[in-house]
Write a protein that binds this ligand. Structure first.
Ligand code: AMP
Ligand code: TRP
Length: 332
């Protein structure tokens, strides 16, 4: 059986990178797979959070999933903290994960920065919790953006190590699904940096909740170079900002970068940006309108999350019981 698991952290607002790199693909995949989509609030705790903001972001990310097209009647949508099995399995897996594997994780190095001694243990162990999220459902496929590739390889390694240690093939090795034209959307201010919630400049990203004027302003201010759009994709290689805008346009339009160049080659970026604004507003405005509508009824969001948590718990507890039996942990 094929089952998808994926998640996003409820830290700040979701942006175009989250949408094009992940969320949009989830919407397309929910027809083919049994799908479980999580709001990973425990992962958010790896960096300091304000309690009220965390709570409100958890509901807002839920609203974003649904507004983007995830169907809560067909998919399981829930927040990680509501299903205790994630944390329990994370502990078990952490005892099967060599520290050397975690020492290789580039995201820890980036997020911990210069003062690694002060970073929380949870930030270091973050990829083990992520592996537990996936493996507690025995998920087979994990749709994510490019930046999660290394974490997914670790999840596969942990699953393999567990299976080998106990001489079985209990965990399927989860397949990453890194799909579409925009697997790594870059900052609008710097084509060498990924578009990120944590960038201090809001002009670096387009948020799913930005209104039409804000989108227009951010696209107009986006960094480019003075050359017109080229004819061939290869010519974008040394032009990261130009490449990024062409990639974003193509992903939103559902075409290839080459087709986009076929349409706009020879034009100046000022003209191309006008088309990009129209397209981005057309695609994102319905999502933000629907998000606002959903956020006006928090009770309904909480009900969806509770219902999702019940369904997720049923699957996760059954698998956790099997895992405890395999390991030799006595359970009631
Ligand atoms: P996060 O906001 O870190 O929880 O990420 C949620 C999902 O969005 C993950 O699947 C990420 O890989 C994806 N993602 C985040 N930033 C980007 C980006 N700039 N481009 C493409 N995908 C992204
Ligand atoms: N680490 C992921 C991110 O920041 C979020 C995440 C947590 C996740 N658990 C997961 C993604 C399990 C896929 C599967 O983007």
């Amino acid at each position: 059986m094929n089952r998808i698991f994926s998640g996003m952290q409820p830290t700040r607002q979701l942006h175009l990178g989250n949408y094009l790199g992940a969320l949009r693909n989830w919407v397309a995949l929910q027809d083919q797979f049994e799908s479980i989509f999580c709001i990973v609030d425990l992962h958010a705790l790896t960096l300091p959070q304000d309690p009220a903001v965390l709570l409100s972001n958890t509901r807002e990310v839920t609203a974003a999933y649904i507004a983007a097209g995830i169907d809560p009647d067909r998919c399981i949508i829930f927040n990680q903290a509501a299903v205790a099995a994630h944390s329990e399995l994370a502990w078990i897996l952490s005892c099967h994960t060599p520290m050397g594997w975690l020492n290789r994780m580039t995201q820890f190095k980036e997020k911990a920065g210069k003062h690694r001694e002060n970073a929380a243990l949870g930030l270091y162990a973050y990829p083990v919790l992520m592996a537990a999220d996936i493996l507690v459902y025995k998920a087979t496929h994990v749709p994510v953006g490019e930046d999660q590739k290394q974490h997914l390889e670790l999840a596969r390694d942990i699953a393999g190590a567990f299976n080998r240690h106990y001489g079985n093939d209990f965990f399927p090795l989860p397949e990453p699904q890194i799909l579409g034209e925009a697997t790594r959307v870059m900052s609008l201010r710097d084509g060498s940096k990924k578009m990120s919630k944590s960038d201090e400049s809001d002009y670096s990203r387009i948020n799913l909740t930005d209104d039409a004027d804000t989108i227009a302003l951010k696209v107009r201010k986006a960094k480019t170079d003075p050359e017109p759009l080229p004819e061939a994709v290869e010519e974008l290689e040394k032009r990261p900002e130009a490449d990024n805008l062409v990639t974003i346009y193509s992903a939103l339009a559902g075409t290839s970068r080459q087709d986009t160049l076929g349409q706009f080659a020879g034009q100046q970026f000022s003209a191309f940006k006008g088309n990009l604004v129209d397209l981005a507003v057309a695609k994102l405005a319905p999502i933000s309108t629907e998000m606002n509508r959903l956020m006006s009824d928090v009770g309904e969001i909480d009900r969806i999350l509770r219902h999702g948590a019940d369904k997720a718990s049923a699957i996760a507890s059954a698998n956790l019981s099997d895992i405890k039996d395999i390991i030799g942990l006595l359970r009631p």
